[in-house]
Design a protein around this ligand. Structure first.
Ligand code: PGA
Length: 243
């Protein structure tokens, strides 16, 4: 558990860990997250790449989730987010990028195949996670079975409200998504969960100090052997074990 002073220093701490892992294993398999939270981390990675510290040419990536019904080119698709915030700015081999396909006509087949591809790549070495205000990881909403794998999920009203800030109105937010499951996430070898801002303080306190429960999907990380939670002061403000 790391409580950083602010968003920038949270992003830098996360960047240091990811950069070190990328140097140690140039063909690393990264699990990536979208949302406002990891943007600063991706900026750190782009900076390190431009300075010649890291190379993306051999690594593989698997994204956590994607909205169902948004084509890749849609301004709010996670595919587009990843290309704009990271992939276009580094020397990644586009064939090594995996983002769930929100337009697939065979969702179950796609999800099975996604799991197989992760396994085929040797598993995810390092997974980046954000956390929802309701404690979700990926789009695994409260109550989602902890043994679940990549699957179609229905977003809760809370998540739809939280994500509506990126859309013109709440009814434009897709109701469904494809998300890696908790079992997929818990099998990754190393995890960094990031959280920033007061609105994440309750979720972080429950995830880190509360019981392990499917009602708080992020709490399953307590059972992971190598999970680091990096928060800024505001997101860490309700932790009892801290000041
Ligand atoms: P955010 O989303 O980084 O945009 O807050 C995190 C999440 O919902 O998992």
């Amino acid at each position: 558990m790391i409580v950083a002073d602010d968003y920038e220093s949270m992003s830098k701490r996360a960047g240091e860990i990811v950069i070190e892992e990328m140097k140690r294993k140039p063909d690393i398999v990264l699990g990536l997250a979208t949302g406002s939270t990891p943007e600063g981390l991706y900026e750190e990675l782009i900076k390190a790449y431009r300075q010649g510290q890291i190379d993306f040419s051999r690594l593989k990536t698997f994204n956590l989730d994607e909205y169902i019904g948004l084509p890749p080119a849609h301004s709010q698709s996670y595919w587009r987010f990843m290309f704009e915030k990271l992939f276009e700015q580094v020397n990644i081999n586009y064939r090594n990028i995996h983002v769930p396909d929100g337009m697939t006509e065979d969702i179950d087949g796609f999800c099975k195949d996604y799991e197989e591809k992760i396994r085929g790549a040797g598993g995810i070495d390092l997974q980046i996670l954000g956390i929802g205000v309701n404690g979700h990881i990926g789009f695994n909403e409260p109550g989602s079975p902890s043994g679940s794998r990549t699957k179609k999920v229905e977003l809760t009203e809370e998540t739809i409200r939280a994500n509506s800030r990126f859309f013109e109105s709440e009814d434009q937010v897709p109701r469904y998504a494809i998300s890696m499951g908790q079992a997929t996430i818990i099998e990754t070898k190393k995890i960094i969960l990031l959280a920033s801002g007061k609105n994440k303080a309750d979720a972080i306190a429950k995830a880190v100090e509360g019981p392990i429960t499917e009602e708080v999907p992020a709490s399953i990380l307590q059972s992971h052997p190598d999970a680091t939670v990096i928060v800024d002061r505001e997101a860490g403000s309700k932790l009892k074990g801290r000041e």
